[in-house]
Design a protein around this ligand. Structure first.
Ligand code: C2E
Ligand code: CA
Length: 268
């Protein structure tokens, strides 16, 4: 038990304590990253990404506090807040005449496996009056592999509702493809880790190509994540990939900036 470890634990505890009050203290907000149609440049949707500005700790990136919220269980409440907020925002954009297909929300495995998840999704849709097909849930493979029967049931219910499920960070960590056959998955997002080496690294390029072929064969939609350069965009277009996200197009944006971005692209 070293002093460094003690410090880490203390920090963790501090984050955990602050996190518990973050919703009440209105310290969270969402930013939105456009999803782009590579063929015509249109914005097809937005991914909502959580940001935390703590009064005590300052700005913390999601990678630091989400794992802690997962362990403490707070992710269930926080995730419900994100769903609610994202649905409201899309509804507001729709009401303002902004043409936007869907909003995508990240769902942690712990949140998904919680007993009230489906109810929380329904609640957010009802409160916002948004049609279910305007909501997409991005989940990592982890949630789909653990606890199979319960997962299958929840996914079936969500599909009946009309919500789309896509697999986030596809290709990272797990390689159990069986669930693609079993579960009602609409699409996958190719992990930005593969995009890094594209097109110069032949292995990354081949992997990317193979994932696209597989997705096509299985009739899954594909979004390539982490596109930062013209070369990457051209590579994807050459392979027939249709949708992408990344700094090349836009960083995650606050709602007013997002709206401006979409209106400029859509020519109005
Ligand atoms: P993710 O779902 O893989 O989200 C994509 C991350 O890549 C985002 O980081 C985004 O800002 C970043 N990104 C987008 N384009 C580029 C690019 O061109 N290059 C590079 N290098 N990065 C890019 P962010 O916002 O820091 O989020 C990190 C992770 O935190 C997310 O990874 C997601 O797993 C998690 N997360 C964020 N918001 C939520 C949430 O509301 N609920 C849950 N459960 N997880 C969330
Ligand atoms: Ca995501």
């Amino acid at each position: 038990f070293s002093p460094a470890l003690a410090l880490q634990l203390k920090e963790r505890l501090l984050i955990e304590t602050q996190l518990r009050r973050a919703i009440e203290n209105e310290e969270f907000h969402l930013v939105y990253q456009p999803k782009i149609d590579l063929v015509d440049g249109r914005v097809i949707g937005a991914e909502a990404l959580l940001r935390w500005r703590s009064r005590v700790l300052g700005d913390l990136p999601p990678d630091t506090f989400i794992p802690i919220a997962e362990t403490s269980g707070d992710i269930v409440r926080i995730g419900a807040w994100v769903l609610d907020q994202a649905c409201r925002q899309l509804r507001e954009w729709h009401d303002g005449g902004l043409v936007l297909g869907h909003v995508a929300v990240n769902v942690s495995f712990r949140q998904f496996l919680g007993e009230h998840f489906e109810r929380s999704v329904r609640g957010s849709l009802e409160a916002s009056g948004l049609p279910a097909h305007s909501l997409e849930l991005e989940m990592t493979e982890r949630a789909l592999i653990e606890d199979a029967p319960a997962t299958e049931h929840t996914l079936d219910r969500l599909r009946e509702l009309g919500v789309a499920i896509s697999i986030d960070d596809f290709g990272e960590g797990y390689s159990a493809l069986g669930y693609l056959r079993r579960l009602p998955i609409a699409g996958i997002k190719i992990s930005h880790n593969f995009m890094h080496g594209v097109p110069s690294n032949p292995t990354d390029a081949k992997l990317c190509e193979a994932i696209l072929q597989m997705a096509r064969a299985l009739n899954l939609s594909v979004v390539a994540e982490g596109v930062e350069t013209t070369e990457q965009r051209d590579f994807l277009l050459q392979l027939g990939a249709r949708y992408a996200q990344g700094y090349y197009f836009a960083r995650p944006l606050a709602p007013p900036e997002f709206e401006r971005f979409v209106r400029e692209r859509m020519g109005g």
